[in-house]
Write a protein that binds this ligand. Sequence first.
Ligand SMILES: [Zn+2]
Length: 625
Amino acid sequence: MKRLTFALLLVAAACKQEQSAVAPSVAQTPPPSSAQTAAPPAFVHDPHSYARPDEVRVTHLALDLDVDFAKKQLAGTAALTIQRTRPNASTLTLDTHDLAIQSVALNPGNVPAQFALATADPILGSKLTIPLQPATNTVVIRYASSPGARALQWLEPAMTAGKKQPFLLSQSEAILARTWVPLQDSPQVRFTYEATIRVPHELMAVMSAENVTQRSADGVYHFTMPQPVPSYLMALGVGDLAFRAFDGRSGVYAEVPVIDAASREFSDTPKMIGAAEQLYGPYRWGRYDLLVLPPSFPYGGMENPRLTFLTPTVIAGDKSLVSLIAHELAHSWSGNLVTNATWNDFWLNEGFTTYFEHRITEALYGREYSEMLWLLGLTQVKEELPTLPVKDQALYLDLTGRDPDDAPDLVYEKGALFLRLLEEKAGRARWDQFLRGYFDAHAFQSMTTTRFIDALKQGLPDVVQQVKVEEWIYGPGLPANCPQPHSEAFAKVEAAAKQFASGGPASAIDMTKWSSHERQHFVESLPSLTPARMGELDARFHFTDSGNSEVLFAWLMKSVEDRYKTAYPAIERFLTSQGRRKFVKPLYAALWSHAEDRAFAKEVYAKARASYHPVTQSAVDDTLK
Ligand SMILES: [Zn+2]
């Protein structure tokens, strides 16, 4: 997932009568059979799941669901194939949250089961306990989701790009899969899945699975996911979608009005896949496609396997924000392939991915470019650190009793800096060899922080001696040996900001050749300015009208801080036109910190709230308390 830092209508009309065509799949590496891999690691205690995979674990899920936009409901069955981890185990324990469980049957024999649904915990939901018979190998649960299911966002047509059809999107990470499927919602439990999804005829369904590229005539879609995935990577999107291919193994789905721009913006995707494979080995998931969502999607992107979900706020028109694709693609290795065992180990997913993202970006656009991104990341770490309690400044976190979605963003860039330090000490060639071996050895398995440290000690013992591993992982702040990214371009930007801050005129600054990262860094490097001086910059560089969401966000934050009221109509436009939590939450918080802006914040939120995803809504609800 990315929360930090940061149309061609494919023969839709003509193909309504045709059979859906499965997207062409290139040679793919099948999931390893149990004979090829080492024994999977033992299950550990997960404070965010009631599941007991150490007793009985789910190995396959077959979903059969109707999508009802009028009721805002998914309804049907989930058939769970199970395996006993402990011989003679007699109970299957599942996670649910706001699900109406209608019946449970045990197979073979279709025997009704006397299940028990516990009282709901506000964060974890309700434990579902199902007594098994000795012969039970499959459990079939008939259920329906609630209209308020936190994973699901039901968008009215007015909230989509096309304005004519509704849209449904899911966001299961971290512990929200249980709000639309009863399952073992712990990242250490992997299962394969298949699904039959019925949607209104005029809409198309896609999942984190093998997808079709054309509409089905009857609104029925079948999916298979042959590689075992953890529950948080279950994903569903339903909308008036078109598809356009980049090449034989990647392409983009988007609403019709957006597909042209999306296809242009993300056309470097095949090159990114190639660069990632060069670094850390084959892409093991078959196809890699993108789904561009309506603007209320709460995150930058979500690495749903085979189908990255993306915010449209990264379509800047100049490919300046495509490092987001590098991030989500990198998760195909770090996260999706080698998965954090619990959300306390979240840094293993996001720190690795952020590091890997910078490496892909360097391979494609050069070192000077990637150093700018490293520096933007370091700036964010330094800004975030003082706002966090000491216990939340570590990489390994204790999130027991808390919603893992509230974990600080710090682990992304701090984790990446730690890995950069390991690279610098080991030397790039040796480090890359270690990482490649790490992904191979632990593919399709979960990873704890302690197991990672063990692997590091085994593979690079001399490096472990040098870098203060424990201080980085369990300690607060940034250790003294933190790597120092360097960018000549940013040094010039900082000089320009300094000159302006000391009274120089805006006309002395030449931004014509600056990238959007340089513009963003310029804004972030400025000290407090008077509204008049802000106005001078704005008149010359038009920050308030920037089409780049990162530059605009940095400027609007500064406008609140420096009381530059001219930008307030733009703040309202920004907050009512997208719902990315990373932008929305800090802007409301900034407004809320000024007593005189509170009425404005409330007024804007009253207009915007319905268009936000529940994840964003609850973040802003908390902020405006
Ligand atoms: Zn991520």
